[in-house]
Design a protein around this ligand. Structure first.
Ligand SMILES: [Zn+2]
Ligand SMILES: [Zn+2]
Length: 281
């Protein structure tokens, strides 16, 4: 079984393709289950509004659209679940309205993302006089750890996204091992997941999120993983899954997880499609 648990729809304002097209793409990529995870509506405009996330009044139509698409997807042999990509942020005041939204909807899956490149977080760093790259990276992972401990999320997404979009000039995880391990330990202690996000291979330093060294630590510490393409167009569904599945196996991972109705489901780590074809021939 292959699953892709992170993708967006045009309601976010920066993605293309109807969920049915994502389901078709999943079928063609040999993926059995997808979870749609549009960006959650946020009140504070520093989180980015039009072009980043849907307004709150669109959330009902989002859930309805994914529900209808799920019925079509089922006929295609793909299970489609409805999740949301929620925000992680250090100031609790900005989490309160988000908590109300999370409580009002029965999402299958809630991702926790700290979008370090958003004006919200860049402004937080400025207000708190965090200028040095090393301190920015340490702060980011401490906030991710707090997010993991909050109990709000099922999986912490693209966990080292601070390395992209120019927030810091370089990212060497070995220099931040202690704070990153603290975050990983919070994921383990919270009995939740961390996301392996293959979109990292399409931007910045063209490496998977999180960095392979962080995956070494995660494997050693027993971190459970979800996996997502972060597709913003149907052709990106399942992108780079084969090389990343191979990497995960090399790192010692033997399973993956997804969530239905906020309940964690375990699957065997899928074999790369190439390997499946070879073993059949
Ligand atoms: Zn997006
Ligand atoms: Zn994101």
């Amino acid at each position: 079984m292959r699953v892709d648990c992170h993708m967006h729809t045009p309601l976010c304002g920066h993605a293309m393709g109807h969920p049915i097209e994502y389901a078709l793409a999943a079928r063609n990529a040999g993926i059995d289950l997808v979870t749609v995870t549009c960006h959650i509506p946020m009140e504070w405009e520093d989180f980015g509004q039009a072009g980043i996330r849907m307004p709150l009044e669109d959330l009902d139509s989002y859930v309805e659209m994914v529900g209808k698409a799920a019925a079509v997807a089922k006929d295609l042999g793909v299970e489609m679940l409805c999740g949301i990509e929620a925000e992680v942020f250090p100031d609790e005041i900005h989490m309160e309205s988000m908590d109300t939204v999370l409580a009002a909807y029965d999402f299958d899956f809630v991702l926790g993302s700290l979008h370090a490149q958003c004006r919200s977080y860049v402004g937080w760093l400025q207000r708190n006089k965090v200028k040095d790259d090393a301190i920015k990276i340490d702060s980011y992972f401490r906030h991710l750890k707090d997010g993991a401990q909050s109990g709000r999320y099922d999986s912490m997404s693209h966990p080292d996204v601070i390395r992209t979009y120019g927030v810091v000039s370089q990212f060497n995880p070995a220099e931040h091992e202690e704070v990153i391990r603290d975050f990983l330990q919070a994921v383990v202690d919270g009995d939740m997941c961390m996301e392996v996000n293959t979109s990292g291979l399409t931007k910045g330093d063209f490496e998977v999120h999180p960095d392979p060294l962080i995956l070494d630590w995660a494997s050693e510490m027993g971190v459970k993983l979800t996996m997502g393409s972060d597709a913003h167009m149907p052709t990106s569904v399942g992108q780079y899954f084969d090389p990343v599945l191979t990497l995960l196996r090399e790192k010692g991972f033997r399973d993956l997880h997804y969530f239905r109705g906020r309940e964690r489901q375990r699957i065997d780590l899928p074999k790369p499609m190439g390997a499946v074809v070879k073993s059949d021939s």
